[in-house]
Each structure stands twice: as C-alpha cells, then as structure tokens.
Design a protein around this ligand. Sequence first.
Ligand SMILES: *[C@@H]1O[C@H](CO)[C@@H](O)[C@H](O)[C@H]1NC(C)=O
Ligand SMILES: *[C@@H]1O[C@H](CO)[C@@H](O)[C@H](O)[C@H]1NC(C)=O
Ligand SMILES: *[C@@H]1O[C@H](CO)[C@@H](O)[C@H](O)[C@H]1NC(C)=O
Ligand SMILES: *[C@@H]1O[C@H](CO)[C@@H](O)[C@H](O)[C@H]1NC(C)=O
Ligand SMILES: *[C@@H]1O[C@H](CO)[C@@H](O)[C@H](O)[C@H]1NC(C)=O
Ligand SMILES: [Ca+2]
Length: 339
Amino acid sequence: MIFRTAALSVTLILLVLTEVWAQNPRKRLAPLKPPKVQCCDEVRAMKVQVANLTSLLEELNRKQETDLMNIVRQMMDLDKQNRQQEARVTEAESKYSEINNRVEIMQLQASQSVTQSSSDAIYDCASLYNKNYKISGEYKLPADEFLGTPEIDVFCDMESNGGGWTLIQKRKVGLTSFNRDWKQYKKGFGTIRGDFWLGNDNIFRLTRQPSTLRIEMEDWEGETRYAEYSHFTVKNELNSYKLLIGNYSGNAGNSLRYHNNTNFSTMGKDNDKCVDDCASIRKGGYWYNCCTDSNLNGVFYRHGNQGKNTDGITWYGWHGPNYSLKRVEMKIRPQNFKS
Ligand SMILES: *[C@@H]1O[C@H](CO)[C@@H](O)[C@H](O)[C@H]1NC(C)=O
Ligand SMILES: *[C@@H]1O[C@H](CO)[C@@H](O)[C@H](O)[C@H]1NC(C)=O
Ligand SMILES: *[C@@H]1O[C@H](CO)[C@@H](O)[C@H](O)[C@H]1NC(C)=O
Ligand SMILES: *[C@@H]1O[C@H](CO)[C@@H](O)[C@H](O)[C@H]1NC(C)=O
Ligand SMILES: *[C@@H]1O[C@H](CO)[C@@H](O)[C@H](O)[C@H]1NC(C)=O
Ligand SMILES: [Ca+2]
C-alpha cells in the first residue's frame, strides 16, 4: 500500500515535469506574442497547477498516513487476538490437566470400593503408580481401617527419577508459615497443591515399610541439586517422631546426617540436643540436633536473603548456613519400588 502511493506520487511528479517540458517549446515557438502576458498567463497556470499538485500531494500524504495508521491498528488488533488466543489455549490446557486429575481421583475412588483387600491395597503414590496412575498431581489415599487412620490427600510425583514418590513436604510459594506447634506438625498443614507438611503421623505411617527419601532443591539462580537416603524412617509420636536415615547419595551434600537419631522439635516443644531452643531460633519444626546443617522447614526468604539470617530454608552442604533456598520437595517411596 505504501509503495503503491509512493509510486503514484513519482508518476505525478513525472507528469508535471513532462507538462513543463511540453510547454517550454511552445514558449520558444511563439516569440511574437506579447511575452509579458503570455509569460504571466503561463506562469499563473503553472502556479495553479503546482498548487493543485501540492494539495493533491498533501491529500495523498494524509491518505498514506491514515493508511499506515490503519495497517498499524490492524496489526495491533491481530497481535491482541493472537495473545488472547494464546491465553485461551493456556487456560484450556490447565483446565484439561485439572479435569484429568479429577478424573484420575474419581477413577481411584471408584476402584477403591472394589479393592480393599490385602495385596492390591493402596498405601501410597507407589501403589498408585503400579496401578498405572502415571500423572503427577493430587490423589486421595484411602483410610486405613486396620489402623484407624483417615483418608489423606497427597501429592504424587510420578515423573522424577522413575516416579512413585509421595511428597511429604513442599516449599515453593512461600505464603504458608512453617513456624507451627507440635499438634500442627503432627496432623500436617498447608495445601497439597502449594506448600505443605504432610504430617508426622502420616509420615510415620508411610515409612513403616522400608522407605527411601529424596530431597530436591533449587536455588535462586535456578540450579537444582538433590540428596537421597535409601533408608528413611520416622518413629511414632511416643518416640517423638525420631529420625533414622542411612546410605546417602546425591550432589547436594549429606546435610541430614547430623540430624540422624534425633527427635522432632517444634515451637513450644524443645526435644533437641542443645541448651538452646533450636525450633524457636530456626523458626520451624524439624529434627534439630544442636540446630545446624539443614533447616528445610525454616523461613521462606525471597532471593536467598544471603548473609542475613540463619533461620531460612538452609542446606549447609550446598549453600551454607545463611542462604535460603527457592524450592524444596521432600518425597518418599518404598525401597523395593520398581518403575
Ligand atoms: C485541479 O485541477 C483540476 C483540473 O485541472 C480542477 O478541476 C480542480 O478543481 C483543481 N483542484 C484544485 C484544488 O485547484
Ligand atoms: C527422644 O524422645 C524419647 C521419647 O519420646 C526420649 O525417651 C528420648 O530420650 C529422646 N531423645 C533425646 C535425644 O532427647
Ligand atoms: C543413623 O543412625 C543409625 C542408627 O544409629 C545408623 O545405623 C545409621 O548408619 C546412621 N546414618 C548415618 C547416615 O549416619
Ligand atoms: C545404598 O544406595 C545405593 C544407591 O542408591 C544402593 O546401590 C545400595 O544398595 C544401598 N546400600 C544399602 C545398604 O542399602
Ligand atoms: C554467610 O555464610 C558465608 C559462607 O559460609 C559466610 O562467609 C558469611 O560470613 C555468613 N554470613 C553471616 C552473616 O553469617
Ligand atoms: Ca534445647
């Protein structure tokens, strides 16, 4: 469109030039006519034509501008439509995965009315995985009639390192406080899709079968590390949810080892091995020894809070005592799990 109008202008200018050219010989061929009048008539005519052309050109310019504006507006409209379409696709996708998840849970609930017998009972995400539920997300584990435990909502990681993982902790959003009392750590708190602690009673129940613990972490630079313990047990409440771990592997450092064989402490319940009250110093519930080495239930600080506090989400083996991690997931599965 722009090129076409430009070409038109050029043609018009050429037309003017040829007109001028055509009139010049006439001027030369008629020397007898009163030159002044002829000259002035011609000049006047030319002036009119030039004025005419100028106004035409101006009009053309205006038209060109509005054309250009129209094109820009059209392009902006298209871009907007594009973005709206994209947003719609994203929304549809997330709705789809949510619906998928719900369908999974419904299927699961339907299947549970049939399968409450021994071998194919559902204990955890690993049993779900073995029943072909391979999408990560929220699931409902059935109540355990024998133990009198209620059904629980869990988040299953069906992808990392073979899948079948039941998350016992997640730190990622940072809006849920982990500075809570014994009762809340016993029952669990937070939201399964966001940040949560699954609950010490639930963790005890899940780790009665020989279990593996995997801890995945991410720092504020986007780097990830992990620590895995092929033995992981948490004792019951009578034994203060004592931690037992063994056989470390990973690339984050063995920063839970110092916490091995210690009882769980929370706000208002100092079970640590220290004159200090680690739970109140580190502002979380954890297997505090004489505090230190890791604090995965500490305070969520945005952008690491480097060098300021030691009560953040720390893992000494990677970022030392005063760097608070961006994301943590603690997950378990049976030692004998095969994907
Ligand atoms: C331009 O010239 C044409 C004919 O040559 C005439 O009809 C028209 O009115 C003129 N326009 C202006 C703006 O002078
Ligand atoms: C851990 O708790 C148990 C009882 O719950 C207690 O007998 C034991 O002494 C505690 N251990 C430590 C190191 O405090
Ligand atoms: C943790 O303590 C138990 C029991 O004392 C021990 O068997 C195990 O090797 C210890 N784990 C580590 C990583 O030291
Ligand atoms: C320790 O872990 C490694 C790899 O995770 C495994 O091959 C080995 O069998 C484990 N050892 C014990 C005693 O569980
Ligand atoms: C934070 O940790 C680093 C590395 O361990 C250390 O050099 C620094 O002194 C610490 N800062 C504070 C305030 O503790
Ligand atoms: Ca103490």
